[in-house]
Design a protein. Structure first.
Length: 309
């Protein structure tokens, strides 16, 4: 830091043409400026300035020091300007990872408008149903559903969400309405099956206590949108995020059951590694998506799919 101050002092003296003028600009005394120049020359082991009563003249060494010092200060000012700009205006690469279906339906459609509003941002969207390690892979933002338990990440809530058990009114008319999570053992459960093994459990709460049901049925898939489609076609019941079926529920194509046992805190979050300050591209992207999801009727206007049979 002292060397940087020395460079600023020396460049200031050369540009002002005198110790007195440089001292006035820097807000110090001419004696202090002279002492700093002397200390620089002592450290470097050579004269930088030839002093007379009327003028200052750069020595060859002084010309080199001035030229490189001026360049260094210019690059420092440029770096500071870019940091300030990045804090106030969204710039640079924004890499986003999220689940395939959510990204396809509720992230990708809004990226072009975001870029129109922030033309200095470039976005790379990665769709994957695997949870990506942001710290290891270098992604800027991960969009996730449910509690964020990684202490190394900041979580910003984008929208409310819950998991619901749903099916068509016609299905429940034929097979009855489950009253307790355990009643699902008598229903055709359309379950998520990632690797062809045991389907994932469905999680509920009963009196504040967690309850996990192991679903069984004639159809499983590793694609959530496929499970929703089967449910809306009347093939069985599915445990799906509310954002995915909100349109069908609003149109009466589907209905939910076991709402008293719904697992809370399945909200949609944007996660990112902690940074201080948070870059504008992250802040503005999060604010943009929050505004999109908060629009009246946004979720219920989503395609309802086919169903009713």
């Amino acid at each position: 830091m002292d060397k940087l101050r020395d460079i600023e002092t020396f460049v200031g003296v050369v540009e002002a043409g005198s110790f007195a003028a440089a001292a006035e600009t820097a807000g110090v005394t001419p004696v202090m400026v002279g002492r700093r120049i002397s200390l620089i020359e002592q450290r470097l082991g050579g004269k930088l300035l030839e002093r007379t009563t009327r003028r200052l003249t750069l020595t060859p060494a002084g010309e080199q020091y001035y030229r490189h010092g001026l360049d260094m200060l210019g690059r420092l000012r440029t770096a500071e300007r870019l940091v300030r700009t990045g804090r106030d205006f969204a710039t640079g690469q924004l890499t986003v990872t999220c689940s395939s279906n959510f990204g396809r339906e509720h992230v990708a459609p809004h990226l072009r408008d975001f870029i129109r509003a922030n033309p200095d941002v470039h976005i790379s969207l990665n769709l994957s149903d695997y949870v990506v390690d942001l710290m290891r892979t270098g992604y800027t933002i991960g969009i996730r559903t449910g509690p964020v338990t990684d202490p190394n990440l900041v979580a910003a809530r984008l929208a409310p969400n819950r998991m619901v058990v749903c099916g068509t009114p016609a299905y429940f008319a034929r097979h009855g309405v489950p009253r307790m999570p355990e009643d699902l053992s008598h229903h055709n459960c359309l379950a998520y099956n990632e690797h062809g093994g045991q389907p994932r459990g469905w999680h509920f709460q009963n009196g504040g206590h967690p309850v996990t049901i192991r679903p069984s049925g004639s159809l499983t898939s590793n694609d959530g949108a496929m499970l929703t489609r089967w449910a809306l076609e009347g093939a069985g019941v599915a445990w799906r995020p509310e954002w995915e079926v909100a349109g069908a529920l609003a149109r009466g194509i589907a209905r939910t059951v076991l709402d008293d046992f719904t697992l809370a805190n399945q909200d949609i979050f944007a996660t990112y590694p902690p940074q201080n300050p948070v870059p504008a591209k992250i802040r503005l992207f999060i604010a943009w998506m929050r505004e999109v999801y908060a629009r009246p009727g946004y979720w219920t206007a989503a395609p309802a799919g086919e169903g009713g049979r």
